[in-house]
Design a protein around this ligand. Structure first.
Ligand code: APR
Length: 240
């Protein structure tokens, strides 16, 4: 089956009420990432870091998948394999019904040991992470999120997925964070890439990607309906 790989960022969840990072009203406009999203911040002020991510978690629990998430889930029903590689820590892709979702930067619905990243704990309901919540080895729990300066453990897996792509969609990411942004170079050169973002023209400049400027919840459903109606994904990809 044709393999569609979708790289998503905060922009796909913006219309679900989840803050992006670098837009005017983004999180990094009201918070210094050095204070909440680095191992040094965790050493310095674990209460502050936990408070930041507990609020992020409340924001995600209040949110619902939007038409863009739902359209990607619908595509799986139409003779193509859809792999979502997301930088988002929300679960809106899964809640929309997408079955193949890889979270590059972690999952806000989980806590992890502050000493052993393999020790993960699913958070239930309104549960938050507080000082004194310990792992099985009796170390403080922290959010299961990749902070700046930390290794992206699933990057190699994401590279393999991208290398197997027949089509690449890039939705709602400023492509300003490495190594996630470098993933596009892992897709075979002949593969069609489309960038869906209000800033798509600028983001696609200097590449052979097709810019589609606008909001994800408007463009993605239309694109998916078009692809399904014209069986686009069943035709040989460019250069095959
Ligand atoms: N539809 C589509 N795209 C949108 C929408 C929308 N409704 N609203 C905003 N965008 C776009 C913006 O134009 C921007 O290009 O989404 C992108 C959001 O960019 P960032 O805020 O930089 O988010 P992201 O690219 O996901 O950040 C990457 O940086 O802070 C870290 O770990 C964090 O995973 C995150 C990573």
């Amino acid at each position: 089956m044709p393999h569609v790989v979708v790289l998503t960022g905060a922009g796909i969840s913006a219309e679900s009420g989840i803050s992006t990072f670098r837009d005017n009203n983004g999180l990094w406009a009201s918070h210094r990432l050095e204070d909440v999203a680095t191992p040094e911040a965790w050493e310095r002020d674990p209460e502050g870091v936990l408070a930041f991510y507990n609020e992020r978690r409340r924001e995600v629990r209040r949110a619902q998948p939007n038409a863009a998430h739902e359209a990607l889930a619908r595509l799986e029903q139409h003779n193509c394999r859809v792999s979502i590689v997301t930088q988002n820590i929300d679960d809106l892709h899964e809640r929309a019904g997408s079955r193949d979702v890889l979270h590059l930067h972690g999952d806000i619905g989980k806590a992890r040991s502050s000493v052993d990243p393999r020790l993960l704990y699913r958070l239930r309901g309104e549960e938050t992470i507080e000082i004194g919540h310990m792992c099985d080895h009796n170390y403080q729990l922290r959010p299961h999120v990749v902070w700046f300066g930390e290794q992206v453990l699933l990057y190699d897996t994401a590279c393999h997925i991208m290398a197997d792509a027949d089509w690449v969609l890039v939705i709602g990411t400023s492509l300003s964070v490495m190594p996630a942004a470098a993933l596009l170079d892992e897709a075979p050169a002949h593969v069609t890439r489309m960038v869906i973002d209000p800033d798509a023209v600028a983001l696609a400049r200097g590449t052979d990607a097709i810019p589609m400027a606008g909001k994800a919840s408007e463009i993605v459903p239309e694109l998916v309906e078009h692809f399904i109606a014209h069986r686009v994904f069943e035709q040989p990809a460019r250069g095959q």
